[in-house]
Design a protein around this ligand. Structure first.
Ligand code: ADP
Ligand code: MG
Length: 342
């Protein structure tokens, strides 16, 4: 039978807007050592706005945006809505017959952690990150575009590329806003001695800019869903260092950065984090791409409002109001219950 303190704990958490599915999760929360956050839609609102655009030579912006909007209207990714809005916001300059409906899309394909593609009005349209662009064309970015890409990323903007018929047409910068109490939440977790990490599919520079703003202990970027899962598993079993200082082949492929302070006591010597300790790992996420990691973590926490159903299902806890500050609160609650029960 469930101890009364645990029942009270779950009830108290629910009243705060954190639904805990099982009593055992409350105990796991009490023991939490490492907490990984997804970036987009978790630490940030996931409400993007187009803030910059660069067209390749000879490209007609509106024509390309219309094709792009048609394709992105098929996606539930937070970036997609911004592209559609950008098009519908600037359609007044177009002939009315063209603005009434978006064209049909065939051969639709979602490319996990990279982008989306499909055929619109006989044109192959592909939209995604730099890695995706490199898969599409062997042409490198012009010096101007590359400088812009780097500058935008450093400003923590997400940059995506629209290709039409295998040629880069438009590079777009999108800005997202941080959730209001993400910084306070991370401070609070630090006080509770929980190591914080951000694991994201976005590019390294953008991720680093967010990490610096928020003061996370660690940040790994350019991760696919399977990399996020692998990262969680490795933290659970403890990371094995190889002699040459490189990670084993089964390590996540993302780029790893680590801020010394919080890691030091666990033997972090450089930018490479030499984490050897087995840890109780939590994961916070909102997207389909977080599902495997949420399910594998000792405690998975989903953004309950606006997060995908898959994330909520895979998680042990759902934050009904997306208020991140509820996380340290339920960690404290868990610790409090543990003191009563054990
Ligand atoms: P995160 O881990 O930050 O939630 P995702 O794994 O969902 O990010 O996506 C990683 C990257 O893939 C995005 O930053 C974006 O560049 C690209 N991407 C994914 N889906 C789309 C889409 N529908 N349109 C454009 N780009 C996309
Ligand atoms: Mg996300």
């Amino acid at each position: 039978s469930t101890p009364i303190a645990v029942v009270c704990g779950i009830t108290a958490a629910a009243r705060k807007g954190a639904l805990i599915k099982r009593g055992a999760s409350l105990e796991t929360l009490a023991e939490l050592e490492v907490l990984a956050f997804d970036k987009t839609g978790t630490l940030t609102e996931g409400k993007f706005q187009v803030v910059g655009m660069e067209c390749s030579f000879g490209v007609q912006e509106q024509i390309v945006l219309r094709l792009a909007a048609a394709l992105e209207s098929k996606s539930s990714h937070p970036l997609a809505a911004a592209i559609v809005n950008e098009f519908t916001g600037c359609v007044t300059e177009m002939a009315t017959s063209q603005i009434l409906t978006l064209p049909e899309v065939s051969h639709l394909e979602l490319h996990e952690g990279q982008g989306i593609s499909g055929v619109v009005e006989g044109h192959l349209v592909q939209i995604g990150n730099l890695e995706f662009l490199h898969r599409i064309t062997s042409k490198t970015l012009s010096k101007y575009m590359n400088e812009k890409y780097i500058a935008w990323s450093k400003e923590s903007k997400t940059v995506i590329f629209i290709c039409v018929d295998n040629k880069l047409a438009i590079m777009i910068a999108l800005a997202d806003i941080l959730r209001p109490n993400s910084m306070a939440t991370l401070d609070w977790l630090r006080n509770l001695r929980v190591h914080s990490a951000m694991i994201t599919g976005d590019n390294t520079r953008t991720a680093m800019a967010v990490k610096d703003k928020l003061g996370l202990d660690e940040c790994i970027a350019e991760m696919k869903p399977q990399d996020k899962l692998a990262w969680v598993k490795q933290r659970q079993i403890g990371i094995k260092d190889t002699d040459d200082g490189n990670y084993d082949n089964d390590q996540p492929t993302g780029h790893l950065f680590c801020l010394s302070t919080c890691c030091l006591h666990r033997g972090c010597h450089s930018l490479r984090c030499r984490e050897n300790k087995k840890s109780t790992v939590g994961m916070v996420g909102d997207g389909v791409n977080d599902g495997p990691a949420l399910a594998s973590a000792n405690v998975g926490i989903a953004m309950g409002a606006g997060g995908t159903a898959l994330a909520v299902e895979a998680a042990d806890v759902a934050l009904m109001t997306n208020n991140l500050a509820k996380i340290p609160e339920i960690v404290e609650l868990g610790r409090c219950c543990r003191r009563i029960v054990f």
